[in-house]
Write a protein that binds this ligand. Sequence first.
Ligand code: SF4
Length: 238
Amino acid sequence: MELQIAPTSRAAETIGESSPPEELIAWSLEKFADRRMVLSTAFGMEGCVLIDMYARDGRPLEVVYLDTMFFFPETYALRDRLITRYPHLEFVNRGTSLTPEDQRRIHGDELWKRDPDACCRLRKIEPMHEVMSEVDVWITGVRKSQSETRAGTRVLEWDWRYQLLKLCPLAHWDRRQVWDYVRANDVPYNPLHEQGYPTIGCTHCTRPVPGSQIGEYSRDGRWGDTRKKECGLHGEGI
Ligand code: SF4
């Protein structure tokens, strides 16, 4: 795949690391209009903000999510609210077809406890590879300040693993800015954020973080007391 990313418009000439998300988004919609561009989300707060920002343009966009079949009920309800709120966006579930029952039969009971990397590989990484093999430009809500392993995130970079352009419009934002945008624009968000969950993944592997505030980010509630803090979708961990 060959992608021309040299600036072609006045707006593009000013695009760079310090560009605000809205400018990066407007630029990407023009620049990659004839490319397969998808926004992936697990319906975290950052993903909801990106969905809202892209929706404002009015053009259709594919929003891909990987239903692990272990989402919280609140996450499914949020997905449905987003679908209703943004009818011109196409929400597509590209999650695994491996049912929890089949996983138990093939890999044993509670794989997420015994080998969470293997469980994430089955339910997240492998489905993600399938999606990304069809995509030219991948939009994600990853931010630099989310974790040490994400500190090197750039607003636009070549992703060697998936062989595509990765666009992270919120790379330089912090959780406070994300939350302020949610409130200012009445963006739908997961109510679990108000119950001590800074991030929300699968039911088996997500816990509230005592004392956490909704405008603060932490990955401490993921995978309990283990060292694992990433599912591996963004190049870290497995
Ligand atoms: S987050 Fe937990 S339950 Fe979900 S895929 Fe990973 S190990 Fe499995």
